[in-house]
Design a protein around this ligand. Structure first.
Ligand code: HEM
Length: 150
């Protein structure tokens, strides 16, 4: 089993990064759709079109990508290469930031259901602001994962 995990390690890491790119693309694009959606009348044709785009992005790309980020990340976590890394702080800090990124994903899903039901609790400015959150988290997570500074 150990030999298999050692051989699989670079492939698991590559698939992990591919899944991260797909998830990040959705986390950065979906709030942009909310910026436009917040500016069109509820129940209009444009609102209906945006609702379809948002649902397909979340269900067709973001949820599968999240599951694969976690799946390949968990597989990497049990490889021999990672054995001694658990005594260090970078991986725990990274997983803490990943939990925040996941909470952000769940908020996006909650806002999507609101838009689909014609509820607009926030304006375009709000979604422009929250669109910065995944960028900041992604930069911190990638620096921790690659540089492993502490
Ligand atoms: C629960 C989710 C996640 C888990 C369990 C996880 C776990 C891991 C593990 C164990 C490694 C291997 C580290 C190494 O051996 O060098 C790794 C690599 C990596 N992870 Fe994650 N990760 C998760 C989510 C993420 C997210 C959300 C991002 C980016 C936003 C990310 C970015 C990376 C990068 C860039 C690497 C490659 C680091 C290198 O090549 O040195 N991971 N991850």
């Amino acid at each position: 089993m150990n030999d298999f995990l050692v051989d699989a390690y670079p492939w698991l890491k590559a698939l992990h990064i591919v899944a991260v790119i797909a998830w990040m693309a959705g986390l950065l694009y979906l709030p942009r759709l909310y910026v436009y959606h917040a500016q069109v009348p509820a129940r209009s044709n444009r609102a209906a079109m945006l609702a379809v785009m948002e649902r397909r992005l979340l269900r067709g790309i973001m949820w599968p990508a999240l599951v694969m980020v976690y799946g390949f990340g968990a597989a990497l976590a049990v490889t021999p290469e990672m054995a001694w890394q658990w005594q260090r702080y970078w991986i725990w800090t990274k997983l803490g930031l990943v939990a925040l990124l996941t909470a952000y994903h769940l908020m996006l899903a909650y806002w999507r259901r609101g838009f689909a039901a014609g509820r607009y609790p926030h304006g375009a400015r709000f979604y422009r602001f929250v669109n910065e959150v995944p960028t900041i988290l992604m930069i911190a997570i990638v620096l921790l994962a690659v540089a492993k500074p502490f």
